[in-house]
Design a binder for this molecule. Structure first.
Ligand SMILES: Cc1cc2nc3c(=O)[nH]c(=O)nc-3n(C[C@H](O)[C@H](O)[C@H](O)COP(=O)(O)OP(=O)(O)OC[C@H]3O[C@@H](n4cnc5c(N)ncnc54)[C@H](O)[C@@H]3O)c2cc1C
Length: 492
């Protein structure tokens, strides 16, 4: 039964903004704008708690964005689980990769009108401790049950007096005679299709976005792999409070991270958008033998429960928001491989930048808003391109399906084993605290050269001619998995 307050939004007023979608990004945009004094309508087709296997690990950069927006307490009271870094496993060896020191990161920006009364600080609860989050010398991330986090974001929205919430399925983006966007048509239970008008319509309808094409009919994602997920009960994680990345020469990458005191998520990569016909047999043959011993009992239990869930892994470079009255953001605008858990971090940082750029404008001046949106496209690139390119390049290495990629995979792991900057810089990219695409290029090149060096060492003196030939192929492969994505991210 839907609460009547979610069904009776007034269609007779012109809102400053209509936000379509209350996933991760919608509530953040709506709250930010409402705190800037804007009258906002937020439309979600289902306000009840979603049950999904996405968006469960928030990197430090995402947490920092929540602080900037004054929404960080969305991680409280949901049994969230602290994350202090990653551990990468490779053919039985492992390397720990702790998150960066706070002193090496820029200070968190507090957005005017949004941050108040300590809402940029976590509060104490059973699993999140103020001392650890506010005083630890290193940045922290956090993992949680996605639906509980969304519920918290949505309840923050519910507390904003300038926001009207509506439950309904948006079926059309409305345009005027000049083809500018002027609002949205929403199908509402008991009311039918109703038109709502706004100066700015913000689309955040997520991965399967229906309305991203309002920007351009060519704005569609490509899908080349999938994740199969299961929930592990009371798993014995080999590296508590770390995300686990399990790699090997003979299998696809596997991600493992604890999302509550008793639940751990496992995501197993499958290198095709089309899943195997017998998922259980595939998991038994191609995943189970490569897991750390301590995880196997909970994995076997989950296998016999047979609750497998899957998601496509999509890639979509952002496109400029150049339609008057329209702003597309979040996964609707831009997607990357979920391997590095960067989606929410990119989206939330986009929200911070958006609010900074347009939050104080008068939305009825649509040309000025459009001007700002045009510039915003370029301003977001440094931050977002690093996370996006890193995710697709690492996936190519970690899912290595040819000899050159396998050598790069090994080179990457051995590079991490060197420690020092070889760990602290890559993890700063992953965390979303080092928005420097050119430095990322340098580091990726260093990894490729290190892979060439290791190969020469392995071949020995007599194998030198062959190793040099292979070296060229390794460098060519590295360029092929990195450069096109960097180009698309920076130049599109
Ligand atoms: C397998 C997988 C794992 C991932 N893991 C992580 C992770 O660990 N960390 C991370 O940071 N990111 C992760 N991501 C990415 C992350 O989930 C997304 O970046 C994030 O959810 C994007 O938020 P969003 O608000 O744009 O979209 P969503 O969260 O998908 O929200 C979209 C909302 O719009 C609503 N909606 C859609 N259509 C309509 C309509 N017509 N009318 C009304 N409402 C509508 C939906 O109901 C939904 O609530 C993962 C992605 C995948 C595929």
């Amino acid at each position: 039964m839907v609460a009547t307050e979610l069904l009776n939004a007034d269609s007779g007023v012109i809102y400053d903004a209509i936000v379509i979608g209350a996933g991760v990004i919608g509530p953040a945009v709506a709250t930010g704008l409402a705190r800037k004094g804007k009258k906002v309508l937020i439309v979600e087709r289902d306000w009840s708690m979603p049950d999904r296997i996405v968006g469960e690990l928030l990197q430090p950069g995402g947490l920092r964005a929540l602080r900037s927006l004054g929404m960080v307490q969305a991680i409280n009271h949901i049994d969230a689980y602290p994350v202090t870094g990653y551990t990468v496993f490779y053919n039985g060896e492992h390397v720990d990769i702790p998150y960066p020191y706070k002193s090496s990161c820029p200070p968190v920006e507090k957005l005017k009108d949004l941050v108040k009364d300590g809402n940029d600080k976590v509060v104490e609860d059973e699993t999140i401790h103020i001392k650890e989050y506010e005083e630890d010398e290193r940045e922290r991330g956090v993992a949680f049950v996605h639906g509980k986090f969304l519920n918290n974001l949505r309840s923050i929205v519910g507390q904003e007096k300038n926001i009207t919430r509506l439950q309904g399925n948006c079926v059309e983006i409305l345009r005027n005679a000049e083809n500018e966007v002027v609002g949205a048509k929403v199908n509402i239970e008991g009311r039918g299709k109703v038109d709502f008008k706004a100066h700015l319509t913000i689309i955040c309808d997520g991965i399967f976005s229906r309305f991203r094409r309002e920007l351009d009919s060519q704005h569609v994602p490509s899908v080349s792999s999938s994740f199969v997920g299961m929930a592990l009960k009371n798993a014995k994680n080999p590296a508590p409070m770390h995300g686990h990345v399990i790699l090997g020469t003979n299998h696809m990458p596997v991600l493992v991270y604890q999302i509550s005191p008793d639940e751990t998520r496992i995501l197993c990569a499958y290198n095709s958008p089309k899943l195997p016909t017998d998922i259980k047999s595939w998991l038994i043959k191609d995943v189970q033998p490569f897991l750390p011993e301590s995880l196997r009992p909970s994995f076997d239990e989950a296998l016999s429960d047979g609750k497998f869930r899957s998601m496509p892994n999509s890639y979509l470079p952002a496109r400029q928001n150049d339609v008057t009255g329209l702003c597309v953001i979040g996964d609707a605008l831009n997607m990357r491989h979920p391997l590095t858990g960067g989606g929410m971090t990119v989206g939330l940082n986009d929200v911070v930048l958006l609010i900074k750029n347009i939050g104080d404008l008068d939305f009825s001046d649509r040309e000025t808003v459009l001007d700002e949106l045009l510039g915003y496209h370029y301003e977001r690139k440094n931050y977002d391109s690093v996370i996006n390119v890193l995710s697709v390049a690492l996936y190519s290495l970690f899912a290595a399906d040819n000899d050159n990629l396998k050598k790069l995979q090994k080179g990457c792991f051995k590079y991490f084993q060197r420690g020092g900057d070889c760990v602290s810089v890559p993890v700063a990219f992953l965390s979303g605290v080092l928005p420097r695409p050119l430095l990322l290029t340098r580091v990726f090149s260093a990894v490729a050269l290190y892979a060439v060096y290791l190969n020469i060492e392995e071949r020995g003196f007599l194998g030198l001619p062959m190793a040099l030939l292979e070296g060229i192929m390794i460098l060519f492969t590295a360029a092929k998995v990195f450069t096109p994505f960097l180009y698309r991210e920076l130049c599109s």
